[in-house]
Every structure is written in structure tokens, then in C-alpha cells.
Design a protein around this ligand. Sequence first.
Ligand code: PHE
Length: 333
Amino acid sequence: MIEAIDAARSAAEARIAAASTVDELRALDTELLGKKSALADVKAGLGKLATVEEKKSAGQAVNEAMTAVRSALDARIAVVARAERDVQLAAEALDLTEHFVAPGRGRPHIVTQAWQRLEDVFVGLGFQVAEGPEVETDWYNFEALNMPPSHPARSMHDTFYVDHGATGSTVLRTHTSPVQIRVMQTVKPPIYMIMPGRVFRNETTDATHLAVFHQIEGLVIDKGITLADLAGTIDAFTKAFFGEGFGSRLRPSYFPFTEPSAEFDIRTPDGSWLELGGCGMVHPNVLRAGGLDPEEWSGFAFGFGIDRMAKERHGVGDVREMYTNDIRFIEQF
Ligand code: PHE
């Protein structure tokens, strides 16, 4: 009887060791320990044994054998299940590095680049930088700049109105010139200031016009400032920004807030002229609006488009391209 038990146990253990899948092992569970297993048969036959002693020792041996087979089975299932899982994980693993494209290094937008270079050049010429609000009152945007409510020059600015306060009292600034007034009100002269910023005009956009664009304003207030200082500053700026091969000229023009007023053009090395912006001697009414005595102080102001500079510098055909944020465009600069 004991030999039969040992033989059944060894056979069971050999089967377990040979099984290589969890499914096989589960099947073996029934086959080796179930009601129809060899060990169960032995157990069923215990009653036929002659003595109590024999029954006892054989019964013990069968129970030990079944316990041993059970733990061999469980241990083997654990090992095989683990191996199967490892195989599955290996098969399902994704190599993320395979699809990883190192992100390119970002850089400032070309308009930001132009803005920063303009600041650098003017700071190099001794100017300071100030900024003002994009939402302005009618007073700062127009009236303080010598454009009273009925002034015809207002119609040159297609204004976006903001629904705030009395009707028509709040606007999106149409130029950076209102910052001139804010600077005069807060900075004691002498003033050598540039004021870059975003401006808004209610216009249909096209290749050379945007409804939202950027300007840089310049303001100089000191004693005895003349048109010659204005022309000299524009020329020094032109050469510092564009290069020694460039020149500048002033052409008579009209702005309500400067008198006399001029447009300024730059001359490229191939001799062609490019219109850049407006300028002039600060109008006495504007000085007064800024709280300065025109008998004591004089000055000049200028303003020009930053987007325009970026466009010309990089040969961009259509200003709108600069704001579609198409990566193929942006990556070029
Ligand atoms: N503000 C004017 C414009 O937007 C430009 C300008 C600025 C002209 C300062 C003269 C002096 O067109």
C-alpha cells in the first residue's frame, strides 16, 4: 500500500514538473487530486486493509502525499503563471522611445524678436522703455493728442469701442501715442522714452494691414529740442538697427499731435525708399495735456509699426502669415 502511495505521489510530481502552462496545471489538479485520481483510489481502498495500524499509517501516508501534491501544484502554478505573464508583458510592451522625437528648441516670434531688437537699439541710444494700457480712454487716445471730439483726423483711426462707461468713452488704443501723455504725466523731464505695444484698428486685414498690430512710440522732451535732433535721432536709429549702409529722410506730413509733422523713410543699400512711420515736434497742446509748459519744454515724437519691420527684415510677403501660427512658417525664423 505504502509503495502504491509513493508511486502515485512520484508520478504526480513528475507530471506537475513536466507541465508548462497554467491550463495544463489546472487540468492536473482534478486528475491528480480529484475523486478519480490514483491517490483518491488508494484512499477509498483504505477500508479494505486488515488492521487499524495499517489503516492509520496508510491513511497518514495518503494525506501527506495529497498535501505534497497540492503544494507542488500550487508552487508550479505560481512559477508558470509568472512566466506566462512575463511573456505577455514582453509581447505587449511599447517602445515609446521608438516614437519619441526630441522637441525642437522654441524661440521668440519674429515680431517679438523685432520688438526686442528695437528696444536694444533704443536703449543703446540712451532711451528708457515704458508701456501703457491697451484699453484706453477717448481722452488719452484722442483728445489729449489734440484731437477733440469733432476732429476730422479721428476718422483716420478706425476705432474699436469698448462697452464701458459713457458711450464712446473707452477704446482699444488705435496707436501707442496715448502712452506719450501717460509718460509726460508721470515722468519728470528730461524724457527719453520708447513705448512699444499692441494697437487695434477696426480695419479689414490684407497682406499689409492687420486689425491687431504693434507700434513703437518714441518721445523726447528736454530743453531746446529741435527738428534737427529728431532727424539726427531717426538717422542714428536707422543705421544702428538696419546697418551703416542705410539712410533716412523726413517728408512733410500731418498729425494733429505734432507740429511740424513728417513721415520718415529709410533708404536701403540698393537706393530704394521704404516708408517706416510718422514723427514730428510735440504740439504745444499735447505738452499742456501732459502737464508740461510749452514755454519751458520742447520735444519730438515718432511712431512706427513693429510688424512692418519684421515683415521687411524677413521678406514676409503677407503680414497675416505672421499670425496664423503655422509651424512651417514659424520654424523659419
Ligand atoms: N501715432 C501715429 C500713427 O499711429 C504715429 C506718430 C507717432 C506720428 C508720433 C507722429 C508722432 O500713425
